[in-house]
Ligand binder design. Structure first.
Ligand SMILES: Cc1cc2nc3c(=O)[nH]c(=O)nc-3n(C[C@H](O)[C@H](O)[C@H](O)COP(=O)(O)OP(=O)(O)OC[C@H]3O[C@@H](n4cnc5c(N)ncnc54)[C@H](O)[C@@H]3O)c2cc1C
Length: 505
């Protein structure tokens, strides 16, 4: 037991189970738990009030279960200093965070404050992301070792060493913070909801996962829907991994063919848990990718990139895409559905971005900020890597241009999804297509092929592959082929090789 008061700073880890900082603090004589509503978060361009709503609902659940979580508003350093002065904090415990630039800057400021005040700050990893990684060699093995390590039991709030006289104020509301209502129908927040979602998926919902995940008609039910829980840490990645592996083992040992088919479906899901960390690792290793192209040879390619202003026509195209009125029914239906529910399946996310990048020839940053505000599960490392991958600016992934008409034929052949979200489709009220697909994609291909063929771009791609690419075949995807569970083209160089081809999907 360490003398003095221990402070657990909850960030994106809003749970009791498999929580190293809480587990450690519980054994101390006096410990606080703190969640900070940071103005930098609320003011960030990726933020939407639904994110705060979800987080506060998770905090409310922790309090209901008996954990005395202090909630304070203000810049992290100011809040921590106020708590230190009031309660004499000597140790700070938290999980490592791989987030947008504002959270990185705040962590550096908190580190400096700890050094100044003599507070010991211990940060623990909570997923497969490795701090100060020198090489991607062996990364998958490290991921596996972390995920297979024993999960910590949930802390017991009844025996929490709360300092005497601690008073918990009511949780702030979005309205009190001056935020508008988000107006969406969202997934439930909290650890209990996370467990129910996981159990429902492993218990039956996931049996047709591989087939269900591509269509927006079946994916909402057939995908795990764990992404907000992983993003806000109501479940740890290790917990999800271990529950999945246990279920696969039980099903694979079953006599019934349908059990073995279910196990096969879940193996496809299990692989994606590694992708989650693989993509986050890219942001951890190169924080600049939230602002600038992985492949600098792609700089200045599109309006909206640094130094390339957007013309009025580009702003109009962006607005039409955001508002779901491009005249491409599958694109508009996906955008409207996303804006109403905070979730969309992978393939349709990729189609929306491909449309912005190739049909509308827009740089990924503005569309990416818009989508970040629509995704309840916004996770910066996955998000910016995927935005760039689907826009053709990573230098190492196959260029993949989605045809909205083909996506509709393949994944909504009767038009049920489109009619639900775009009821005016087929009537005069529905706009004509805002761009000519053939001309737009022809021009996009010409520019991108030209760019990638240059010797400098090839050399750069090798360096990017070296720094960020996976070293293991089957890991991770470069597009829908991988989403369908196909193996990558070259098992020797991994799935993220520099690719010159364009797949029209
Ligand atoms: C442009 C774009 C932006 C995206 N932004 C985000 C984001 O901000 N946050 C986010 O969690 N996912 C993001 N994804 C990845 C993916 O679309 C979502 O993880 C998935 O749709 C979430 O639903 P689910 O939990 O039911 O997924 P499932 O298919 O059930 O997958 C389970 C988990 O595996 C991980 N996962 C699945 N697919 C991927 C993938 N392609 N890359 C990395 N991890 C994956 C996620 O943690 C997911 O929750 C993005 C994809 C694209 C194309």
């Amino acid at each position: 037991m360490t003398p003095g008061t221990t402070l657990v700073w909850l960030k994106r880890d809003l749970r009791l189970a498999d929580h190293a900082p809480l587990y450690e603090a519980q054994r101390q004589a006096r410990a606080f738990v703190l969640f900070i509503v940071e103005p930098e978060w609320l003011a960030s361009s990726e933020f939407d009030p639904m994110h705060l709503g979800f987080a506060l609902d998770c905090v409310a659940e922790l309090r209901t279960r008996g954990l005395p979580v202090l909630v304070r508003e203000g810049p992290a350093v100011a809040v921590l200093e106020a708590v230190r002065q009031a309660h004499g904090v000597s140790r700070l415990l938290s999980h490592e965070e791989t987030g947008p630039g504002w959270s990185y800057a705040r962590d550096r400021a908190v580190g400096a404050w700890c050094r100044q005040q003599g507070v010991t700050w211990t940060e623990t990893p909570q997923n497969g992301v490795v701090r100060r990684l020198r090489s991607r060699l062996g990364w998958a093995g490290r991921w596996q070792a972390r995920m297979d390590a024993p999960a910590l039991p949930p802390v017991d709030p009844a025996s929490w060493p709360t300092p005497p006289g601690l008073l918990l104020a009511d949780l702030p509301t979005a309205a009190a913070l001056g935020l508008p209502p988000h107006g969406r129908t969202l997934q439930r927040a909290g650890e209990a909801a996370g467990w129910r979602t996981l159990q429902g998926f492993l218990g039956g919902r996931g049996s047709d996962y591989r087939r269900a995940l591509s269509s927006p008609l079946s994916a909402a039910e057939g995908c795990s829907r764990l992404s907000p829980h992983l993003a806000f840490g109501t479940l740890s990645m290790r917990t999800v991994h271990q529950a999945t592996e246990a279920r696969i083992a039980a099903l694979a040992a079953g006599a019934q063919a349908q059990d073995r088919a279910f196990a096969h479906a879940l193996r496809g899901f299990a692989g994606r848990l590694r992708w989650h960390c693989h993509f986050m690792q890219k942001l951890e290793d190169e924080p600049a990718i939230e602002h600038r192209n992985f492949a600098r040879s792609a700089d200045g390619l599109r309006p909206g990139d640094d130094g390339v202003p957007m013309a009025d026509a580009d702003h109009e195209r962006l607005a039409a895409w955001r508002e779901g009125r491009t005249g491409y029914p599958m694109v508009d239906a996906c955008m409207r559905s996303l804006c109403a529910t905070g979730w969309l399946n992978f393939r349709m996310r990729a189609m929306l971005v491909s449309f912005a990048a190739y049909h509308l020839w827009l740089h990924w940053r503005e569309p990416g900020l818009w989508l970040a505000r629509q995704f309840l599960d916004f996770e910066a490392g996955i998000h910016w890597s995927q935005m760039q991958m689907q826009s053709g600016t990573t230098g190492i992934n196959t260029l993949r241009m989605y045809s909205p008409a083909k996506q509709m034929r393949d994944h909504d052949p009767d038009g049920a999804f489109v009619r639900r979200w775009v009821p005016e489709w087929g009537r005069d009220a529905y706009p004509a297509p805002i761009v000519d697909e053939r001309a737009a994609l022809g021009a996009a291909k010409q520019r991108l092929y030209g760019l990638r063929a240059a010797d400098t771009a090839r050399a750069e791609a090798d360096a990017i592959q070296q720094r960020h690419g996976s070293r293991r075949s089957g890991l991770p995807p470069s597009g829908p082929a991988a989403q369908r569970g196909r193996r990558p083209a070259s098992p020797t160089r991994g799935a993220e090789m520099p690719a010159q081809g364009t797949l029209f999907d």
